[in-house]
Design a protein around this ligand. Structure first.
Ligand SMILES: NC(=O)c1ccc[n+]([C@@H]2O[C@H](COP(=O)([O-])OP(=O)(O)OC[C@H]3O[C@@H](n4cnc5c(N)ncnc54)[C@H](O)[C@@H]3O)[C@@H](O)[C@H]2O)c1
Length: 291
């Protein structure tokens, strides 16, 4: 199945970026949120991401400033914002990116089930909730799938395509094809806690936190060493501040519940979260973040 029109529900941290990735691949997309303020923020995120991409193309002399200005409006023009469900009647795929709570997602999936045509695929950008459980609340469990983008979705190439128990092969193939249409690299994963990437991330970060605490290393030193060795674009503690310490704690707890003690829960991480130091979003995590 080819995706001619798409929808994104939730215009927060991920939704605006996902809508941008879709619109910049020439596919019209309707972006829904409950209120006009997050919608405007989502559109502003999409605009900034597009400007960043086009600046790169102008710098590499792949297009002129004038062409970039026209292209910017064309891409943003393909995103239609709504607080209702107008425009959902002819989409082939809807991607849900609302907060990571099963009750909220269930409600949105029921609404999508009613608002979209019967053939449409309903995808969730969940980082770890069960796709099978989400699917069970719809009339089309075979057309429910995980489509897990990474932040920032306008840049990051990897997309996890998560197969629930009832997801059909046709649905998986359609979503793999759509991810490729967005110039992304899809990988297929089973519906298990952490899928693939977050399981690797949490295992790696857990070992680093454990070693740092046991050996009394400073986190600045660990970050500097990783950066200098060019082992990663940023150090693990800088990355943690970007992702959000509460998000990482929630992930570690979830994985420990599922896989047992091999997933480490850092005492320091728990203390920082309890103190409200959540990383960039709160202004302080392992580092101070001004402005
Ligand atoms: N933030 C990340 O780094 C990241 C990365 C990958 C996946 N995810 C996943 O993506 C999803 C969204 O995360 P986020 O960080 O963008 O959350 P967010 O809180 O930044 O945004 C969620 C948006 O959904 C809107 N919303 C709430 N209820 C709604 C409803 N009923 N209908 C329409 N919109 C509604 C909110 O107003 C908000 O704008 C989560 O499942 C999360 O686990 C997040």
């Amino acid at each position: 199945m080819f995706v001619f029109r798409a929808a994104v529900v939730g215009a927060g941290t991920m939704g605006g970026e996902i809508a941008q990735a879709i619109a910049s691949a020439d596919v019209p997309v309707v972006l829904r949120d409950v209120d006009s303020a997050p919608l405007e923020q989502g559109l502003a995120t999409a605009r900034r991401a597009t400007e960043r991409q086009l600046r790169g193309l102008v710098k590499r002399e792949r297009m002129t400033e004038a062409q970039a200005a026209t292209e910017l409006e064309a891409i943003i023009g393909r995103i239609r914002a709504t607080t209702g469900y107008e425009g959902f009647g002819d989409v082939d795929l809807a991607i849900e990116a609302v907060p990571e709570r099963m009750d909220v997602k269930h409600e949105v999936f029921a609404e999508l089930d009613a608002a979209t045509p019967g053939h449409a695929i309903l995808a969730s950008n969940t980082s770890g909730l069960s796709i099978s459980e989400l699917a069970a609340g719809t009339t089309r469990p075979d057309r429910v799938v995980g489509m897990h983008f990474f932040l920032p979705a306008s840049v990051m190439r990897l997309v996890e395509v998560v197969e629930g128990e009832a997801t059909s092969e046709e649905t998986v193939q359609a979503v793999v094809g759509f991810a490729q249409q967005l110039r992304k690299q899809p990988i297929r994963c089973l519906d298990q806690a952490g899928f693939v990437v977050n399981r690797i991330l949490a295992a790696g970060l857990g070992e680093l936190w454990r070693a740092q605490a046991e050996e009394g290393l400073s986190f600045e030193h660990v970050d500097e060493t990783v950066r200098e060795a060019k082992a990663a674009p940023m150090g693990p503690f800088e990355l943690s501040d970007w992702i959000g310490l509460d998000t990482l704690l929630h992930l570690a707890e979830h994985l420990r519940e599922f896989y047992g003690e091999r997933f480490h829960i850092s005492a320091e991480l728990s203390e920082r979260v309890a103190a409200g130091d959540l990383g960039r979003k709160s202004g302080r995590g392992f580092y101070e973040h001004g402005g």
